[in-house]
Design a protein around this ligand. Structure first.
Ligand SMILES: Cc1cc2nc3c(=O)[nH]c(=O)nc-3n(C[C@H](O)[C@H](O)[C@H](O)COP(=O)(O)OP(=O)(O)OC[C@H]3O[C@@H](n4cnc5c(N)ncnc54)[C@H](O)[C@@H]3O)c2cc1C
Length: 460
């Protein structure tokens, strides 16, 4: 969200048109970057040196089985389309991101995680099968038995091996359109982590928000949201709560502010004193929330908080590239996470680059070759980017990256704009990276599929 480029965009509607788009790029002698909804925070689907293939027109749900919860969809179907299709039958996607606008293809290519990563893994863990159009134009069907290598490489492979055209996913049975949600304020990072650990076997979702401005004994103070599904029979009126209308977010916030104008309000606070105030207010509101019993909240309301504020990123400036934000999300193994995150927070405050938003999650490993997930934690930090702070912010991130890599941590390309190739080589497992590169050479010998991300951080 602090990067962008102009490119010729090809928008295929079928497998044949994807293959034809490959030929267009080949004939023009330029690389092709795959793009879904363009929701990655960095440059994962930006290609300033060639064309872009946008799959969003391939947006049909091909098959839905409300008995088994298995859905088959084209790659351009969005998470929003998916949940709206399946929820009235009592199902919800197993894994969603904090926004509902990603396509399933973009989500699978990044191997996204949700606030339930510690319980159910990533979207790759929910995938049954996919079709992928290779750079040669050949269509391959992959699952855990058939083309197992390609299955485990392309999920989390950030569009380097081919374009997903069809995806089959398992979804989750739900007995209500609501969740029970409890807010719990925590006085520092240790308390937050202890809360997660104590509840990770019973909670269906856990997510922490952190006030990054506070130091000392209060460093890492914040608010945990703990949610669980309702049991069968617990919701007296599931036929009502499972309706789409029950999920839609209201048009105003607090009944007053039109939500599509909310970014203007947020913009007024886009400086350190303003964000310090917002964070402190949120913390104290969180303490009040923590005194209440759990409340019922719709799945969409809980999952897609940021969608509540349309164009929220404009609060950081309406000229993306020059102004905007970067998200920096280090993942750390469980045994070192606490001390390293405190060190990072301390450095942020000393460097005068305090994240305006900090989000904390618990993760678990998965079998995908280049996955970002591990047995540990992630802490996503949103930093405002302005022409005046860009250089020092990048330097600050590079210093933090050294600390994270020395501690055995890793990063997630859907949320990254600062990692270099030598950094990535330190956190990807060597055997899987070598196997991925061999597959790339075999399937894409001319290097047709490329993005800014790939050139910056990914490929040799
Ligand atoms: C507000 C917000 C909240 C978010 N919350 C989360 C979160 O909680 N968890 C999380 O994991 N992520 C989160 N994200 C990141 C987002 O889920 C991922 O970046 C996701 O990949 C975006 O999907 P997209 O369709 O927009 O794909 P894009 O951003 O357009 O592309 C993502 C990647 O997919 C590749 N790709 C696109 N189409 C295809 C295709 N047909 N075949 C193969 N590869 C393809 C692209 O080349 C690129 O590498 C969030 C993003 C935002 C803006």
């Amino acid at each position: 969200m602090a990067v962008g480029a102009n490119a010729k965009v090809l928008r295929p509607r079928s497998v044949e048109e994807i293959a034809a788009a490959y030929d267009v790029a080949r004939a023009d002698g330029v690389p092709l970057g795959l793009r879904g909804g363009g929701n990655s925070y960095g440059d994962a689907s930006v290609n300033e040196r060639g064309h872009v293939l946008d799959v969003s027109r391939m947006n049909r749900i091909l098959d839905w089985n409300p008995e088994t919860g298995v859905v088959e969809a084209q790659g351009g179907v969005t998470i929003a389309q998916l949940w709206r299709h399946i929820l009235p039958d009592g199902w919800w996607p197993r894994v969603v991101s904090g926004t509902m606008f990603p396509t399933l293809a973009g989500a699978l290519a990044a191997n996204i995680h949700g606030k339930n990563n510690f319980r159910v893994g990533t979207i790759g863990d929910a995938a049954v099968e996919f079709d992928i159009v290779l750079p040669s134009g050949e269509l391959r069907t992959c699952n855990r038995e058939r083309e197992a290598d390609l299955f485990h490489a392309a999920i989390g492979g950030f569009g380097m091996l081919g374009a997903f055209s069809r995806i089959v996913l398992r979804t989750k049975r739900v007995y209500s359109g609501d969740l029970w949600v409890q807010g719990v304020s925590t006085r520092n990072l240790r308390e937050m982590m202890d809360y997660f650990e104590a509840h990770k076997h019973a909670a269906d979702y856990l997510v922490g928000w952190i006030d990054c401005f506070r130091g000392g004994d209060a460093s890492g103070r914040g608010l945990v949201h703990h949610a669980r599904y309702l049991e069968p029979g617990e919701d007296p009126h599931p036929e009502q709560t499972l309706r789409i209308a029950h999920q839609e977010l209201p048009g105003t916030i607090l009944g007053v502010f039109p939500k599509d104008q909310m970014w203007r309000m947020l913009r007024l606070f886009q400086h350190d004193p303003g964000m310090r105030l917002i964070n402190a207010t949120k913390y104290f509101m969180g303490r009040l929330e923590g005194m209440h019993e759990p409340v019922r909240q719709s799945h969409a309301g809980f999952a897609f908080l940021l969608d509540y504020v349309p164009n929220w990123k404009w609060a950081y400036g309406r000229q993306p590239v020059r102004n905007g934000l970067i998200q920096y999300q280090p993942f750390l193994p469980a045994d070192v996470a606490h001390d390293v995150y405190l060190e990072l927070l301390d450095r942020c405050r000393r460097a005068g680059h305090v994240p305006y938003l900090g989000v904390f999650k618990r993760h678990r490993p998965d079998p995908f070759w280049l996955t970002h997930a591990l047995d540990g934690w992630s802490f996503a930090m949103d930093f405002p980017v302005r022409p005046a702070n860009r250089e020092s912010l990048w330097k600050h991130c590079a210093e933090m990256t050294e600390i994270v890599l020395d501690a055995g941590g890793k990063f997630y390309f859907a949320k990254d704009l600062v990692i270099g190739r030598s950094d990535a080589r330190r956190f990807f497992p060597a055997v899987e990276l070598a196997a991925f590169e061999a597959l790339k050479r075999e399937l894409d010998p001319e290097g047709l599929l490329e993005t800014n991300l790939a050139r910056r951080a990914f490929l040799d």
